[in-house]
Write a protein that binds this ligand. Structure first.
Ligand SMILES: [Fe+2]
Ligand SMILES: [Fe+2]
Length: 375
């Protein structure tokens, strides 16, 4: 799960006297989250003081006492009192539920529950915390993150219901990204979204930001910067139809899984084709960002003669964004290291003249570490 021994998944604490349930939860969480499991209150509190979890799952009984009493202990420790809690109880018990509601806990599961629902609830809690942390950002940066998140969730709903995408709404929210870019400091946007566990949202927002930043770098006007941001934001929309388990899988992908992931381009194309007012540039970004100058890309194995400047920009930014994204199975790579790798190892695949221009634009933005395959 870890890359070079470093695990980048968020940490979840499971506090439950029931050993079997502790193990079941830890196993269920494993693809997406690290877990520390504790059977009694004293161990849990000291363990959590050392390794602060992002969410705590509390069972009906903790040690020889009640889970609700443990929650009270937890709330008395200032360093631990704000960690989101999810309660898992053996059977619906109104007294327990009243007690936890009074403590401000609104999420609980009654056994038997579906593991996928628990994982989703944990992700929601983590994302809730990340989104709350955006509130401290300057207004332009905060709006870029908040507006695009709302639109991204709407798109997911549209896709689920087979509805077209509202391009107007995308264009409007992407204007907030361009506003942030023109304030001269967009690094909080591309860095703060990294902890969000909706990885496709984080990737899409970062792609949108870097692509329009690139546009600004080569002197394009604001309306073209918005167009690039919108294209970047929608470029992987088809990934919303690919199971997250496959997209975020840490282990080597099987040929069937690769096929599924590569199929996102065709899905994006279909979704955009049924939506109104999609500019041609947005379609080009969505359909050609995985093509490579030497013909090694997909889905059409296009070559340099077929790829215009926009397609070349899109593929550069998609690779750069994927390398500098955080994923459950990898740390983010430093911007400088990503650019170096793209120059040396991908010299025949990416337009090196454009890459040099992008390098100049982006190097002052902060990045983090570690390489991974671009999907
Ligand atoms: Fe893609
Ligand atoms: Fe992408």
């Amino acid at each position: 799960m870890s890359v070079h021994g470093r695990d980048v998944r968020h940490l979840i604490a499971v506090v439950d006297a029931n050993e079997k349930h502790r193990q079941t939860v830890a196993e269920a969480m494993a693809p997406a989250y690290r877990t520390n499991a504790y059977g009694d209150a004293a161990n849990a509190l000291s363990g959590m003081r050392q390794s602060l979890p992002q969410v705590v799952l509390v069972g009906q009984r903790v040690g020889s006492g009640l889970g609700t009493n443990f929650i009270k202990d937890l709330r008395r420790e200032s360093a631990l009192s704000n960690i989101p809690i999810i309660l898992i109880i053996d059977k619906e018990d109104i007294r327990i539920l009243d007690a936890v509601r009074e403590m401000g806990i609104n999420k609980y599961f009654v056994k038997p529950y579906r593991q996928i629902d628990l994982i989703r609830a944990v992700t929601l809690k983590i994302n809730g915390e990340v989104e709350r942390s955006w509130q401290s950002l300057p207004q332009k940066q905060r709006l870029a993150l908040e507006k695009t998140l709302i639109i991204f969730n709407n798109i997911l709903e549209d896709l689920t219901n087979g509805n077209p995408i509202s391009y107007k709404a995308v264009d409007h929210s992407c204007a907030a990204i361009v506003d942030a870019i023109n304030e001269n400091d967009v690094s909080p946007v591309v860095n703060r979204v990294k902890d969000h566990d909706n990885f496709t949202f984080a990737h899409s927002l970062r792609m949108a930001t870097f692509l329009s930043l690139f546009g600004k770098g080569i002197g394009l006007p604001k309306d073209k910067q918005i167009l690039l941001a919108s294209g970047g934001f929608l470029h992987d929309v088809g990934k919303l139809a690919v199971p997250a388990e496959t997209l975020n899988k840490a282990e080597k992908l099987t040929p069937a899984e690769w096929k599924l992931i590569r199929g996102h381009v065709a899905i994006s194309q279909k979704v955009l084709a049924i939506s109104e007012n999609i500019p041609k540039a947005v379609m080009t970004i969505a359909t050609q960002h995985h093509e490579r100058l030497d013909g090694s890309g997909y889905p059409l194995s296009l070559e340099s003669k077929d790829l215009n400047q926009l397609a070349r920009m899109a593929s550069i930014i998609d690779v750069f964004t994927a390398l500098t994204d955080r994923k459950p199975y990898k740390r983010a790579m430093l911007a400088e290291d990503a650019l170096e790798m793209m120059t040396t190892e991908m010299s025949k695949q990416l337009d090196q003249g454009l890459l040099a221009k992008f390098r100049a634009t982006v190097l002052d933005l902060a990045g983090t570490e570690e390489p991974a395959e671009s999907r």
